[in-house]
Design a protein around this ligand. Structure first.
Ligand code: HEC
Ligand code: HEC
Ligand code: HEC
Ligand code: HEC
Ligand code: HEC
Length: 228
């Protein structure tokens, strides 16, 4: 064999083959995490909270704005959970005789925060920013379901990578034309994607996100968009 041939063999085995291997492995991992649910996709999780606080009563019937208690969602990455003080704005007077409200008063008087159980939780290596989404007109309901109808908050969406991608792809098609039906039709030309969309396409109809303007495309393929 000529020296050149040996050199080519060397490159083929020491560099090209491992590179192809890494690329294949990467594609498999990505395909797997994008399309299969895992331990972070706790749809249906609805733990019992230390106080029987009802979103249906406060946000639904009493029509208290989500931003009254989760105002940070507009300004920062986190939506946050309100402090006892926020509840006391009303409950220092309202329903003081209720045993549930008494727990709020105890928390306030003893300066002991209420230990609400966390429901939606991404793994540490994923970064999510509420403010970016809220400022672009994505509604709380698009990602959390109709919380204003829930007595006990329940996780409705998988919070998986595939779920983030699904909405970002429709967003990218909406940038080209603002009609949701057209955007979905184009996005669903991709068979694998179609499969994902079929089960919750209804969720996108009539959402405030769809009506938003000043759209930019989302850079789906940049891992550092969400992992950094
Ligand atoms: C009066 C205050 C108040 C209002 C108004 C309110 N929330 Fe909440 N929210 C809370 C409290 C307290 C918790 C933690 C206890 C619980 O999960 O029920 C919470 C929890 C949540 C969670 C779950 C957080 C987690 O741990 O993952 C979501 C999602 C949420 N709220 C969304 C909303 C939306 C959407 C609205 C408007 C429709 C809204 N909230 C209105 C006080 C409020
Ligand atoms: C803007 C006013 C307001 C705020 C803020 C508010 N509530 Fe209420 N809450 C009410 C009203 C009004 C009722 C219904 C009272 C009634 O049934 O007559 C109520 C009822 C309740 C009840 C049911 C009590 C019972 O036994 O019937 C609980 C529990 C409760 N609130 C917890 C909370 C918690 C926890 C917070 C803070 C995260 C909070 N509320 C913030 C106004 C408020
Ligand atoms: C684009 C999807 C999306 C939208 C829109 C959205 N959320 Fe969330 N929300 C999430 C995700 C994902 C998490 C988990 C974040 C994490 O673990 O870092 C979360 C977590 C939360 C939590 C738990 C505490 C926290 O800050 O992480 C609350 C409360 C909450 N959201 C309320 C809201 C409210 C209120 C709105 C509307 C004003 C809203 N969210 C809009 C996706 C969304
Ligand atoms: C319901 C639709 C929807 C869902 C679900 C969604 N996004 Fe988004 N996302 C958007 C929109 C709309 C934008 C803004 C595009 C623009 O700039 O106009 C955006 C932008 C972003 C950006 C860019 C932020 C920047 O600084 O420009 C990141 C990062 C992001 N999303 C992460 C996530 C992650 C992580 C998830 C899943 C946990 C997620 N998104 C789920 C609609 C969504
Ligand atoms: C739009 C946001 C977003 C982008 C962009 C993104 N990811 Fe993710 N990724 C997530 C979320 C959310 C999770 C956590 C939920 C899950 O495990 O499905 C995740 C989880 C993962 C995991 C862990 C899976 C597991 O089982 O624990 C790997 C590996 C991963 N991503 C690789 C990548 C690679 C490689 C890229 C670039 C090609 C990428 N991600 C781009 C949002 C994103």
């Amino acid at each position: 064999m000529s020296t050149l041939g040996k050199k080519l063999d060397f490159y083929a085995f020491k560099i090209v083959v491992p590179l192809l291997g890494i690329a294949l492995l990467g594609a498999l991992i990505l395909g797997y995490v994008a399309f299969f649910p895992n331990k972070f996709t706790d749809v249906g999780y609805a733990p019992t909270q230390p106080i029987a606080y009802s979103h249906k009563l406060h946000a639904g019937d009493l029509k208290i704005s989500c931003f009254y208690c989760h105002g940070n969602a507009e300004k920062t990455h986190k939506a946050g959970i309100p402090s006892t003080q926020v509840c006391m704005n009303c409950h220092s007077v309202v329903k003081r005789d209720s045993p549930e409200v008494q727990k709020i008063i105890d928390s306030f008087e003893n300066n002991k925060p209420i230990e609400w159980v966390r429901i939606h939780q991404l793994p540490d290596f994923v970064h999510f920013k509420h403010n970016v989404h809220i400022q672009k007109g994505v509604s709380c309901f698009d990602c959390h379901g109709r919380v204003d109808k829930m007595e006990v908050v329940r996780q409705e969406k998988p919070l998986s990578m595939g779920w983030c991608f699904e909405c970002h792809r429709i967003q990218n098609e909406l940038v080209k034309s603002p009609r949701l039906e057209d955007a979905i039709e184009r996005a669903t030309k991709d068979e694998a994607f179609l499969e994902q969309l079929n089960h919750n396409i209804e969720n996108y109809k009539g959402t405030t996100w769809v009506k938003g303007h000043d759209r930019r495309a989302c850079v789906i393929e940049h891992c550092s968009y969400c992992h950094y």
